[in-house]
Every structure is written in structure tokens, then in C-alpha cells.
Ligand binder design. Structure first.
Ligand code: XLS
Ligand code: CA
Ligand code: CA
Length: 437
């Protein structure tokens, strides 16, 4: 049975191709900076948006028309696996990602849910034997079911906490079974609505304890996946504990978790936090904790997490600059945590959306590599900070001076030669790079 029978395998046809089912810029084997595009970009398909999501929103039910719509329960779950592996093959995806409930329906108890999950995981494992597509990461959904109303690892109820621990335990076992490269902890409902009924300190301590238990159990399993925290400032709770990379870094250090985690950075979460995507990538990179990326984009005219496919070349370029300067993403990748718009309800839209996203990151990669080859940003920054090469500047950088010495240096200074930051000139040059690719 084919779910996408009218859609051909997508290949690279070049920038002027008119075939909508062709990559215009993503050329998997093309070498950029000494590595193939496919090895740098490590694209992942988000199971939940592409195979489980139905286009529903808070104002209306789903609009998506999918070839598996007539099925229910485990039959539906199995059909989605078949469709997923056909999709991976046609779009040439090296990786995929999922939450437990994306792939298998929940039962009335954790025992029943695990049983369903085992059936589907076995099926996925079989498919993976004949497929090039690997598991970038899996995770446990601890936000959809009503039991998570007050959080999971930060729940006010100890039984819910135990349930969450059980889900993570199973998630790690599944990750091990399928050879996942990473395991993601997105805070879901780990935060709070109102301080009036919340013991914030207890909740965060409990969450940290849960993470320590996960580290211990992964060791016991001999599961060496990279653990990733995915920050998000709000939605669903008003105050998410993993607000942004800086906040989550402080949390990890406070509870002695910093050596066990890196970050999975989502573009739309960055903008919700009032940051740019590249800001969050930079903060993580600067502390050696840039692990993986949820590649999407938000709508800056709306205030919520719209999870759009990334098409903004400026953003993908600056993101790829951070990733290349990081020396790549290691075991991480670029997971399209993105959904087709509610109005894009036909099955073929799934292909158009991924092609658009993959091409946008391929352009970003090529432009960023060119800028790095030219030392573009490095030259700008070196010049801007050149006074730190002077004797006093070097002392400041090395932390080898004091207020008295600095006062003596400054006390008779008159016309300090502060220069323009020239940000408009820089942007005009970036536009030239983009148009010359
Ligand atoms: C939701 C998050 C979620 C994580 C995985 O906003 O992006 O999908 O990536 O739980
Ligand atoms: Ca995400
Ligand atoms: Ca999101």
C-alpha cells in the first residue's frame, strides 16, 4: 500500500527547477566547508506534526485530509508508521523524532500504554532495518492528558510525579531499543499559573531529582544518548521553568546537572522569549551546550507558538552561522518541529513544506559558510573590539587590573574615539551575500 503514490521521490534539481517536488538548494551530497550538506544539516521529521497532527486549533476541529483518516486505534497507529517510512524515503530524511503518544495510543493505565507502545516500537524497529532514517530523539508526552494539569515532574501530586517517572523510564528504554541519538526533555507543563498556590522551590527541586533519576537509569541501561533540555518561556503554563537557555543553564548548574545536558533550541520558543533564534543558539554555543535544533519559525504578528516551517533565509543563515561556528551539532540535528498551516490541508502540502524548509536551511548553510570563509563577522568584531588589544585592554580581558589602575587610565582622557557600529552597512552586505549565493 502506498500513501503518497502520486508523489515522486524528491531529488535535487537545482535553483531554477520548476518541479515542485524537487530540492532547489538542498543537494545532500554537495560538499560545503569539507562536509556533505546531509551530514551537516541532519534533518529530522517531527512525527507529531506530520503524521499525528490534524490541523485542529482552539477554534475548530482538524482540517487535514490524510490517507489514514478512516482508521482508528492501533490500526491507525500502524498505518502511520507505514506512511512515515514511505515519507522519509521520498523526502530523503536522515532522521525522525517522536513523543510516545504520537506513535501509539494511550491505554487506561501506564501498563496498557506501554503494551501499545511495545507493539509499535517493534514495528518501527523492523522498518528501520530497511531504512536509512534513524531516530534523532524521542521523548515522553507529559502535557496532553488531563493528569498533567498541574505539571509532571513539577506536579503538586506525588502519584502524577511517579507516573511521569514511569513514562520517562519507558522513554529511555524505547530510545535505547531504537538507537536514539538524543533524548529530549521539553518542560511541557513544568511551570506554574499562579504563585498563590505554588511551592516553586519544591517543584524545581523535584524536577531536578527526576532528571538525576533519568541520568542514573540511562547509565544503568547503557543508553548513551545526549540528554537535551528544550527551553520555552510560556505556553502552556504562564511561567515555564525552562524559560530560555540562560534560565535553564542556571537551573542545570544549581542542581549539578550541567555536565549531563545540552540544549535543543527551537526558533519559535526563542522568539516567544523575546529573543532571536540566533541569540539562543549563541548563548548555548558560548557555554558549549548547543546540542540540537527544532527548526521552525514563529509569526511575529501573533503572540503564540505557531510552529511554521522555516522559510526566512535571513534567520536560517544566522542560525547556520552559529551551528557552523559550533563545529556542527554533533549528535543533534535540525528537526522540523513545524506544521503545515491549517489551510494547507492536502497531503501534498506535507512535501511542499518540508522541501521549503530543507531548501531554506541549505541556503542558510551555503551563505553562512561563505561568510565564515571570508571571515566576515570575525573581521567586523575584531575591529569593533580592537582597543582590547592595547595594554590596558589586555589587562581588562585577563582580569588583571583594578578600579584604581582603570581610574588612573581614564582620569585625564578627553576625546575618546568611539566608532559607529555600522549595523546598516553590515545588513546591506548580508543581503549581498544572500543574493549572490
Ligand atoms: C512544544 C514543544 C514540543 C517539544 C517536544 O512546544 O516544541 O513539541 O519539542 O516535546
Ligand atoms: Ca519543539
Ligand atoms: Ca513549538
Amino acid at each position: 500500500m502506498s500513501y503518497f503514490k502520486d508523489i515522486p521521490k524528491v531529488t535535487y534539481e537545482g535553483r531554477h527547477a520548476s518541479n515542485p517536488y524537487a530540492f532547489k538548494f538542498y543537494n545532500p551530497e554537495e560538499q560545503v566547508g569539507g562536509q556533505s550538506m546531509k551530514d551537516i544539516l541532519r534533518f529530522g521529521i517531527a512525527y507529531w506534526h506530520t503524521f499525528t497532527g490534524d490541523g485542529g486549533d482552539p477554534f475548530g476541529s482538524g482540517t487535514a485530509q490524510r490517507p489514514w483518516d478512516h482508521l482508528k486505534g492501533m490500526d491507525l497507529a500502524k498505518a502511520r508508521v507505514e506512511a512515515a517510512f514511505e515519507f522519509f524515503e521520498k523526502i530523503d530524511a536522515p532522521f525522525f523524532c517522536f513523543h510516545d503518544v504520537d506513535v501509539a495510543p494511550e491505554g487506561d493505565t501506564l501498563r496498557e500504554s506501554n503494551k501499545n507502545l511495545d507493539v509499535i516500537v517493534n514495528m518501527i524497529k523492523d522498518y528501520m532495518k530497511d531504512s536509512k532514517t534513524k531516530l534523532l530523539w524521542n521523548t515522553a508526552n507529559m502535557f496532553t492528558n488531563p493528569r498533567w494539569t498541574h505539571g509532571a515532574g513539577t506536579s503538586s501530586h506525588a502519584d502524577v510525579y511517579a507516573y511521569a517517572a514511569g513514562k520517562i523510564k519507558k522513554g529511555l528504554e524505547v530510545g535505547k531499543e531504537l538507537g536514539a541519538e538524543n533524548y529530549v526533555f521539553w518542560g511541557g507543563r513544568e511551570g506554574y499559573e499562579s504563585l498563590l498556590n505554588t511551592d516553586m522551590k519544591l517543584e524545581q527541586q523535584n524536577l531536578a531529582n527526576l532528571y538525576h533519576m533519568a541520568i542514573d537509569y540511562a547509565k544503568e541501561l547503557n543508553f548513551d544518548a545526549q540528554f537535551l533540555i528544550e527551553p520555552k518561556p510560556k505556553e502552556p503554563t504562564t511561567h515555564q521553568y525552562d524559560f530560555d537557555v540562560a534560565t535553564a543553564t542556571a537551573f542545570l548548574h544549581q542542581y549539578d546537572l550541567q555536565d549531563h545536558f545540552k540544549f535543543n533550541i527551537e526558533a519559535n520558543h526563542a522568539t516567544l522569549a523575546g529573543h532571536t533564534f540566533e541569540h539562543e543558539l549563541r548563548v548555548a554555543r558560548d557555554s558549549g551546550m548547543l546540542g540540537s535544533v527544532d527548526a521552525n519559525q514563529g509569526d511575529l504578528l501573533l503572540g503564540w507558538d505557531t510552529d511554521e516551517f522555516p522559510t526566512d533565509l535571513y534567520a536560517t543563515t544566522l542560525a547556520m552561522y552559529e551551528i557552523l561556528k559550533n563545529g556542527g551539532l554533533g549528535r543533534g540535528g535540525l528537526n522540523f518541529d513545524a506544521k503545515v498551516r491549517r489551510g494547507s490541508f492536502e497531503t501534498e502540502d506535507l512535501f511542499h513544506a518540508h522541501i521549503a524548509g530543507m531548501d531554506a536551511f541549505a541556503v542558510g548553510l551555503k551563505v553562512a559558510q561563505k561568510m565564515i570563509d571570508d571571515n566576515f563577522f570575525e573581521t567586523i568584531v575584531d575591529q569593533r573590539y580592537q582597543t582590547y588589544q592595547t595594554e590596558i585592554g589586555q589587562k581588562i580581558i585577563a582580569g588583571q587590573t583594578d578600579l584604581k589602575e582603570l581610574e588612573a587610565h581614564a582620569i585625564d582622557l578627553k576625546d575618546i574615539d568611539v566608532r559607529s557600529g555600522q549595523v546598516e552597512k553590515i545588513k546591506a552586505r548580508i543581503n549581498q551575500y544572500l543574493l549572490n549565493i
